[in-house]
Design a protein around this ligand. Structure first.
Ligand code: MG
Length: 385
């Protein structure tokens, strides 16, 4: 008997970024199983070459006109609404959301409302609107699989486990480029120094977020929503080698960890293949190369973003959306040379503390909080000498 293998239809949002290009590198070798039906990016000619190779039904560029050389059968959509139009047109089985920042939220919402599988690399979606999105997923039966390496690790450690037996989870973080830099010199950190990440190659927003550890703060919120864990069951530990991607500690004293050399293709492939495991030609793992794995506690003075994550969860409501918006603006201002490095987290904390918390049960609530966070960030920077 021959069983027909149904092909999985995939949309890659943010196809020209780090996660997007790595996803396409995997899918290039798995055409027997996957069809790429939609590609979206902000701008750039690269998407035309991707479209020529994968012949998607729809392509969207949010900030640019159609690139030269799109295949004749491919529909072009433009603008932020164009991403949703491409999803409406293609109705993919899996949406890999690798859009950067708040711009990724509407596509996550679309996917969960439509009951499709969301392979989520855009953690900002959950930071901003975790309550709303997880409710949508529950209503539609949609599955959220985290591409974020730490959460993908936790997801794997929890397979077949009863969630009530979790004592706590341990999210690991490399500590970024400033783990050993004298604190007194933080105000003079330059853009280029902050953009040099020791272990992962990623886009500028998340690389700055790794230097401040705001990225880890976001991951605390992401874990809270994804796994339904209270803040006191979510721990963060520094692990500069980035080999142990995260751990789960169970009530019986067992600790389960997921490991590997840093390679985003592993979580991407996991999310595309789940619940199966798909073979891929990765370099064999050699544990003897990693004789010195270090684990260090978080120094809250060096990384004030980490305690700010717990404060955000305590504040509740729409605080996550404000946290993300303020950080997104301050990161942009830092990259433009308008504020010093420590101001990214300090100013974000001030905004969170001075603003009245509101509910975040609808997308409109969340987008209002997002606008507030941005306005307050720009106002504070403009009025601070
Ligand atoms: Mg991560």
């Amino acid at each position: 008997m021959i069983l027909a293998v149904s092909r999985t239809r995939v949309a890659i949002l943010g196809s020209t970024g780090s996660v997007g290009t790595q996803a396409l590198a995997i899918l290039r070798d798995r055409r027997d199983r996957f069809d790429v039906v939609a590609l979206t990016a902000r701008r750039g000619e690269q998407i035309a070459a991707q479209a020529a190779e994968f012949s998607p039904t729809a392509v969207c560029m949010t900030d640019a006109d159609p690139p030269k050389g799109l295949p004749p059968g491919t529909t072009f959509h433009r603008g932020a609404d164009g991403v949703l139009a491409a999803l409406d047109q293609t109705r993919p089985d899996i949406v890999l959301n690798a859009i950067t920042g708040a711009a990724g939220l509407p596509a996550s919402e679309w996917t969960l409302r439509a009951g499709r599988r969301l392979a989520l690399a855009n953690k900002e979606s959950l930071v901003m609107a975790g309550e709303h999105l997880m409710q949508l997923a529950e209503n539609s039966g949609a599955i959220v699989l985290p591409v974020d390496s730490e959460h993908c690790a936790i997801h794997q450690c929890l397979r077949g486990e009863d969630p009530s037996t979790i004592r706590r989870i341990w999210l690991t973080g490399s500590g970024g480029p400033f783990l050993h830099r004298p604190l007194a010199t933080f105000p003079s950190i330059t853009r280029d120094e902050a953009l040099r990440h020791p272990t992962w190659t990623m886009g500028p927003r998340i690389t700055i977020g790794s230097a401040t550890m705001m990225n880890k703060a976001f991951e605390v919120l992401e874990a809270h929503w994804l796994f339904g864990l209270p803040p006191d069951k979510i721990q963060v530990v520094l692990h500069p080698q980035s080999i142990v991607h995260s751990m789960v500690e169970f009530v019986d004293g067992s600790i389960v960890a997921q490991c590997g050399v840093p390679d985003m293709r592993v979580p991407i492939l996991y999310c595309l293949s789940w619940p199966e495991r798909t073979p891929f030609d990765f370099q064999p793992f050699d544990p003897s190369r990693w004789r010195n794995l270090e684990f260090l506690p978080i120094d809250a003075e060096r990384y004030p973003a980490v305690p700010l994550a717990y404060e955000t969860l305590r504040l509740g409501g729409d605080s996550g959306a404000v946290l993300n918006a303020a950080d997104e603006e301050l990161t942009r201002l830092f990259l433009a040379g308008a504020v010093p490095f420590p101001a990214i987290v300090e100013t974000t904390a001030r905004i969170l503390r001075q603003r009245q918390v509101r509910p975040a049960t609808t997308l409109a609530n969340v987008l209002a909080a997002d606008r507030d966070g941005r306005t307050l960030a720009n106002q504070l920077v403009a009025t601070t000498p």
